[in-house]
Design a binder for this molecule. Structure first.
Ligand code: ACO
Length: 328
C-alpha cells in the first residue's frame, strides 16, 4: 500500500452555553478573580448541562467537522474519541457517538490520554490513512470535566471547563502532518488522577464520602514538568524536520495555564504574544478538548493560513505528552 500525505480536512467544536465566571466561583469557594486570572489566565469556563454528556458534545463538534469537510457520516471509516470523562465506562463514548451519527458499522474506540488525547488520537488516525487502510477518520476530543471536578476544592475547581473539538483526517495533496512525537511517564501518574471508580477502588459509600471520584492534582509539581516536557516535545517534533522557532507560524498548545505557555515559549525562543494561540481565558482547561477547540478557533480566526507550519503541543495526566507539526 502507498504511503499517503495525511492532513486535517475538516474541523468542528462545541462549547456548552452556560458560562461560569471567576466572579461566580468567588461565591462557591474561597478565591478571587485576581488570583485565578493572575495564576492561570482563566476568566470563565463553560459548564455542560446536567442532561448533556460527553458524547452529546462530541456529536455537535463532529457534525460541524463533517460540514466543513463536505462529507456525510457514511464517508467516515473510523471513529476515535479522546476523553477521560466518557459517558460511562462501557460502551465506549466512540460507540455512543457512532450510533448517534447513524453509522452503525464503522469501527469506533476511545483513547484515554487526558490532555494529550487529541494529539494521540490524531497520531493514531493518521497511521490508518497513511497506510491506505482508511480514507476518512473522524477524531473527537470531548470532555465534561465538570463531572469529575470537586466544587469544594479551590485548587482545582477554578481550572476546568467542558467542551468538544473534532477533526477529520484524510489524504491531502500538499503538506499535512510532517512529524509526530508522543511520550508518557507512568512513574508520575500520582500527580494527577481520579483515585476511585475503577477496578482498584470500585465505587462505594466510603469512596464517595472521601470525595475520591474527583480529580486530585499536585499543581505545583505538574507545572514544573509541564514547562519542561512541552518545550522538549516541541523540539522533538521540529528538530528532525530541521525547523527552527522562526519557521513555526503558530503554536497551538494545550490550554492548562497561561504561565506554563509563556514559560514554554520563552524556552523555545518564541514571542508568546505573536506565535502562541490562546483561548484559555474563555474556556479554562478542557483536557483533551482544549487543543482541538484551540485549533478549530485558530483556523476560524484566520490565524492559520494555507502553507503555514503549525505546532500542536500538549501535556497531561499519565503523564503523557505529544507534539505534531502540520503544514496547513
Ligand atoms: N484561590 C485562591 N488561592 C488559592 C487557590 C484559589 N483558587 N488555589 C490555591 N490557592 C492558594 C494555595 O492554597 C496556596 O496558598 P498557601 O501559599 O497559603 O499555601 C497558594 O494559593 C499557592 O498555591 P499553589 O498551588 O502553589 O499555586 P500555583 O502558583 O502553583 O498555581 C496552579 C496553582 C494554577 C494549579 C498551577 O500549579 C498549575 O497550573 N499547575 C499545572 C496544572 C496542569 O498543567 N495540569 C496538567 C494538565 S490537566 C489534565 O491533564 C486534565
Amino acid at each position: 500500500m502507498d504511503e499517503k500525505k495525511v492532513g486535517i480536512i475538516g474541523l468542528g467544536k462545541y462549547l456548552p452555553e452556560n458560562r461560569l465566571t471567576n466572579k461566580d466561583l468567588e461565591k462557591i469557594v474561597d478565591t478571587t478573580d485576581d488570583w485565578i486570572m493572575g495564576r492561570t489566565g482563566i476568566k470563565e469556563r463553560r459548564i455542560a448541562r446536567d442532561d448533556e454528556a460527553t458524547s452529546d458534545m462530541a456529536v455537535h463538534a463532529a457534525k460541524m467537522a463533517l460540514k466543513s469537510a463536505k462529507l456525510k457520516p457514511e464517508d467516515i471509516d473510523l471513529i476515535i474519541v479522546a476523553t477521560i470523562t466518557p459517558d460511562m465506562f462501557f460502551p465506549s463514548t466512540a460507540c455512543i457517538v457512532q450510533n448517534k451519527l447513524g453509522i452503525n458499522r464503522t469501527p469506533a474506540f476511545d483513547v484515554s490520554v487526558a490532555c494529550s488525547g487529541f494529539i494521540y488520537a490524531i497520531a493514531i488516525a493518521s497511521q490508518f490513512i497513511k497506510s491506505g487502510i482508511y480514507k476518512h477518520v473522524l477524531v473527537m476530543a470531548a470532555e465534561k470535566m465538570s463531572s469529575v471536578t470537586d466544587w469544594k476544592d479551590r485548587s482545582t475547581c477554578v481550572l476546568m471547563g467542558d467542551g468538544a473539538g473534532a477533526a477529520i483526517l484524510g489524504e491531502v495533496k500538499d503538506g499535512g502532518i510532517l512529524s509526530i512525537h508522543l511520550g508518557a511517564d507512568g512513574s508520575k501518574g500520582d500527580l494527577l488522577k481520579m483515585p476511585a471508580g475503577g477496578s482498584r477502588l470500585p465505587a462505594s459509600i466510603s469512596t464517595v464520602e472521601a470525595r475520591m471520584h474527583f480529580l486530585k492534582m499536585q499543581g505545583n509539581e505538574l507545572f514544573r514538568h509541564a514547562v519542561k516536557i512541552m518545550a522538549e516535545a516541541a523540539l522533538k517534533a521540529t528538530e528532525p524536520l530541521g525547523l527552527k522557532a522562526d519557521d513555526i507560524s503558530l503554536i497551538i498548545p494545550h490550554q492548562a495555564n497561561i504561565r506554563i505557555l509563556n514559560a514554554v515559549a520563552k524556552r523555545m525562543g518564541i514571542d508568546p504574544a505573536k506565535k502562541v494561540y490562546l483561548n484559555i481565558e474563555k474556556y479554562g482547561n478542557m483536557s483533551a478538548a482544549s487543543s482541538a477547540v484551540a485549533l478549530c478557533e485558530a483556523v476560524e480566526e484566520g490565524r492559520v493560513k494555507k502553507g503555514d507550519t503549525i505546532l500542536l503541543d500538549a501535556f497531561g495526566a499519565g503523564l503523557t505528552w505529544g507534539a505534531i507539526v502540520i503544514k496547513w
